[in-house]
Write a protein that binds this ligand. Structure first.
Ligand code: HEM
Length: 263
């Protein structure tokens, strides 16, 4: 191959690989924003035997886990969270998003099939789907605008996940009645829009739950006051299950989590 052909081929490869990277990043953004995306939360406890393995074995098991995340990166986006130290029941959880629940399952089955997977117990799994807002479109304009307030930029080190199940009365209440209660719910949250970032998953029929509520914040005191405020509104009478379990943890990259587990 002469030099000029080689240069063209190399430029082509570079452009292709940059476009590919941009595509993967764009997909993550879409998966975290769009309606119609399937979310799975898989919670794990690490066996005592894992910590008795030597450092080298834990290090190579960690590399195997990393390879599984990479293998599925074109179909799922997976985020990792540390629960260890803040929960006696579980050590970490993974939040997986994709356009098909099957992709979430394939990823989690592969993760559980690794060497590390043999040392972890799957203590809970929640499944849901993201949807367009149901009540916000009928809110008064001022509240509708307030709901668009983006959370303050900057690191949010904490994660909270609260599974919720509504009672039968909630579901047989007409849309208007539920809308009035959800307006009251939203009114109680306005003070916290800047410090609490939220995401809602619908789970009816896909799990024993109706909703998975997911939050990120740097201010746990704000989150505590937010929930106290929400417990005072009428919609709260219809929460048949609130938490059980509530997951409180910290947000970490996969590399961080693996480093902590192979220390
Ligand atoms: C900054 C904090 C929060 C804001 C701004 C907020 C706002 C909202 C809004 C506007 C909706 C209606 C979405 C729609 O139109 O479909 C909603 C739904 C919901 N929120 Fe919140 N919320 C917050 C915190 C919480 C917390 C802490 C919980 C419970 C742990 C919670 C539980 C729910 C549930 C279960 C729904 C779904 C209700 C349904 O569709 O029947 N929210 N939230």
């Amino acid at each position: 191959m002469n030099r000029s052909i080689l240069t063209v081929v190399m430029i082509g490869l570079l452009v292709w690989s940059c476009a590919d990277t941009a595509q993967a990043a764009a997909d993550r953004e879409k998966l975290l924003k769009d309606p119609g995306v399937y979310g799975s939360f898989a919670v794990f406890k690490i066996d005592g035997d894992w910590w008795r393995l030597d450092k080298t074995t834990r290090g190579s098991a960690a590399a195997e886990v990393k390879a599984i995340f990479q293998k599925h990166a074109d179909t799922v986006t997976a985020d990792t969270y540390l629960l260890r130290g803040l929960s006696e029941k579980a050590d970490f959880f993974v939040r997986v998003h994709s356009m098909e629940m099957l992709n979430n399952q394939n990823f989690l089955v592969d993760l559980m099939g690794t060497t590390f997977g043999k040392y972890i117990q799957n203590t809970d799994t929640f499944n849901g789907i993201t949807k367009m807002a149901n009540y916000v479109p009928a809110f008064p304009d001022v509240l509708k605008e307030a709901m668009k307030t983006p959370p303050d930029p900057g690191p949010k080190s904490y994660v909270i996940v609260v599974p919720i199940r509504k009672d039968a009365e909630w579901w047989i209440t007409a849309q208007d009645g539920r809308g009035t209660m959800m307006k009251e719910h939203a009114d109680a949250t306005v003070t916290y829009l800047k410090t609490v970032k939220r995401k809602l998953y619908h789970s009816s029929g896909l799990d024993d739950l109706d909703f998975i509520t997911y939050f990120e914040t740097a201010k746990l005191d704000d989150f505590n006051n937010l929930v106290i405020g929400l417990q005072r509104v009428n919609e709260n009478h219809h929460n048949k299950q609130f938490g059980s379990p509530t997951l409180l943890g910290t947000i970490h990259s996969l590399d961080d989590i693996l480093e902590i587990f192979s220390r």
